[in-house]
Write a protein that binds this ligand. Structure first.
Ligand SMILES: *[C@@H]1O[C@H](CO)[C@@H](O)[C@H](O)[C@H]1NC(C)=O
Ligand SMILES: *[C@@H]1O[C@H](CO)[C@@H](O)[C@H](O)[C@H]1NC(C)=O
Ligand SMILES: *[C@@H]1O[C@H](CO)[C@@H](O)[C@H](O)[C@H]1NC(C)=O
Ligand SMILES: *[C@@H]1O[C@H](CO)[C@@H](O)[C@H](O)[C@H]1NC(C)=O
Length: 375
């Protein structure tokens, strides 16, 4: 009896070993599929982490997610009507499923081998950013959480295989920085008064030095293939156009200039990291120019408006009150560049993602994401 139990036990262990081995081989050996996608950032790529926080930054109510097929149109915590840029990039590169939010109860076991999403609405590079939302996972904390995932992957694959899997089959995407302006520097009374005491130069230097440390920590944990998005034209979002009562085609210069100034320094940072961190590739996703191009020539891309939010209320551009169950909702969701006062629609995310995956150096450099995967 005892012997049989032991035998059973061994057979089971062997079976589990074979299953996990074949899982590992399937996913590691497939040449042209990305193994894992580790996603860091803010509400542009949050896939539901904030559902698990008590925070004012939430998107788990309809009509958010109305076009998200995987949930049957129910809200998931994504701040858009459908898929985020990271969802679409993952699909294009052959990741088998959308990376689950780190805080979701089912983000455990072998699921994490296809990636995890740490992004959180309201998050910034700086710890103080987004404090008006009460709770959010800032970038330092997101990197701390990856450190926990990293150890779990060691347990699942063994440390040598884990290291190779992270280095050669995993992509790290970082979409952060907008909130450091929108929900920190540009609202001095609610932040710690940074704008009063700090020049734009000093504030941006602070952001860059924190981001350098965060990216270096990911490298120390074996990250090698990185894509880092710059900050988009935040002066053109329906929120900024509405509160500043701008004319149809105008954007807020103060916000756009801060983004431009940060973006120039980010570009330098990434080329320094490419030179200094051996074996790593940092790709710059030039979201600023790409979104600006779509906004300037929106009709060419099939949109009816680049100024008015599809879901939202207030001001000239439905840009004051966030999207929720009682919001005014447009009837042509695929003809709006912006879903809500802050975030692009799925239609826009599709254009952005395709450019990042297969586009040329205008928008993604030094190589595109398909080339990054295939390095
Ligand atoms: C995790 O749970 C969510 C919500 O129940 C579900 O939509 C998702 O498909 C699950 N993900 C995985 C990888 O099991
Ligand atoms: C940010 O907060 C995290 C977690 O509370 C902490 O570990 C980290 O040291 C903080 N970073 C800075 C620069 O204060
Ligand atoms: C994995 O990547 C490392 C560093 O980028 C490289 O030296 C190594 O040859 C790669 N291994 C395989 C099996 O491709
Ligand atoms: C990861 O966590 C361990 C503690 O468990 C710590 O010693 C190490 O410095 C951390 N690594 C990074 C890169 O943060």
């Amino acid at each position: 009896m005892l012997a049989m139990t032991i035998k059973c036990h061994n057979t089971l262990a062997l079976l589990i070993f074979i299953i996990s081995l074949s899982f590992y081989e399937n996913d590691v050996a497939k040449g042209d599929n990305l193994g894992a996608s580790f996603i860091f950032g803010d509400s542009l790529v949050d896939a539901g982490n904030n559902n698990y926080l008590s925070t004012l930054s939430k998107a788990n109510s309809p009509p958010n997610g109305i076009d998200f097929k995987a949930s049957g149109g129910n809200p998931t915590g994504r701040f858009t009507n459908g898929r985020t840029i990271s969802d679409i990039v993952g699909e294009e590169l052959g990741v088998p499923n959308f990376a689950p939010p780190y805080l979701a109860p089912n983000a455990t076991g072998k699921v994490i081998l296809n990636g995890v999403n740490y992004a959180s609405g309201g998050a910034g590079i700086l710890n103080a950013t987004g404090s008006l939302f009460v709770n959010r996972l800032g970038m330092d904390i997101q990197v701390d959480y990856f450190n926990i995932t990293r150890k779990q992957i060691d347990k699942l694959l063994g440390s040598a295989n884990a290291r190779e899997y992270i280095m050669n089959k995993s992509m790290f995407s970082i979409t952060i920085g907008s909130n450091d302006f929108l929900n920190n520097y540009l609202i001095p009374l609610l932040s710690t008064g940074t704008r009063v005491s700090e020049s734009p130069d000093a504030f941006i230097n602070d952001m860059i030095s924190h981001l350098r440390a965060q990216l270096t920590r990911l490298y120390e944990m074996d990250g090698r293939r990185f894509v880092v998005a710059n900050v988009g034209p935040i002066g053109c979002i329906p929120y900024e156009r509405s509160i500043n009562q701008l004319k149809e085609n105008d954007c807020d210069d103060l916000a756009d200039n801060l983004a431009t100034q940060y973006n120039a320094q980010l570009k330098d940072l990434l080329s320094q990291l490419n030179d200094n961190l051996h074996g790593a590739t940092f790709v710059l996703a030039n979201v600023y120019d790409l979104v600006s191009e779509i906004i300037s020539n929106y009709a060419k891309y099939g949109f009816r408006t680049a100024s008015t939010a599809c879901c939202g209320d207030g001001g000239e551009y439905a840009g004051i009150i966030p999207c929720g169950p009682i919001s005014t909702l447009c009837s042509d969701r695929y003809k709006h560049v912006f879903w809500d006062p802050y975030h692009p629609s799925e239609a826009t995310n599709i254009i952005l993602a395709k450019q990042l995956v297969d586009g040329d150096k205008t928008y993604v450099s030094p190589i595109n994401l398909r080339q990054l995967r295939d390095l």
